[in-house]
Design a protein around this ligand. Structure first.
Ligand SMILES: [Zn+2]
Length: 156
């Protein structure tokens, strides 16, 4: 009986490990299959092209090529009335919108990474929830759909 309980308790861990493995592998394929972006001009051009494919206002993303980092992204508030950045806590989705700042470099500086981040921007921003439910939505819906889009351009 103890063995059965131990086996049943371990099953979700195996499933979760498999899920994370699949996500990581799919992300790696998307990143390593692509050509590297090696300059700020190239990055801006890729952002413009990929934003247009998502019918996205590219003005909500500032992409910076930085060969010293792998990939860093953070959100700031952008006050559309005053044309200034404000702390993210002030975002109200009306006059103050989410603005993503993305720095790319090293092995992650690819079109796939840009596509992934723009997909989050187009589909998930404004829907980010806090707490455990927010983490679950991110882990089981937002991140896999962004990886799928970066690989296949399929929008879910
Ligand atoms: Zn992501």
């Amino acid at each position: 009986m103890d063995e059965l309980v131990t086996t049943c308790a371990a099953y979700p861990l195996y499933v979760l490990t498999g899920y994370v493995g699949i996500l990581t592998a799919a992300d790696a394929v998307a990143i390593f299959a692509g050509k590297k972006i090696t300059s700020q001009e190239q990055l801006e051009s890729v952002v413009e092209e990929e934003a247009a494919k998502l019918k996205l206002d590219g003005k909500r993303l500032l992409a910076v090529y930085n060969p010293r980092v792998t990939a860093q992204a953070h959100i700031e508030g952008y006050d559309t009335a005053r044309d200034v950045f404000v702390p993210a806590e002030q975002i109200n989705h009306k006059t103050i919108v989410e603005f993503k700042i993305l720095e790319l470099g090293k092995f992650r500086s690819t079109r796939a990474t840009v596509r992934h981040e723009l997909y989050h921007l187009a589909r998930h921003f404004g829907k980010i929830r806090k707490g455990l439910s927010g983490k679950l939505v991110y882990f089981f819906y937002q991140e896999p759909t962004a990886i799928l889009y970066s690989l296949t351009r399929i929008k879910l």
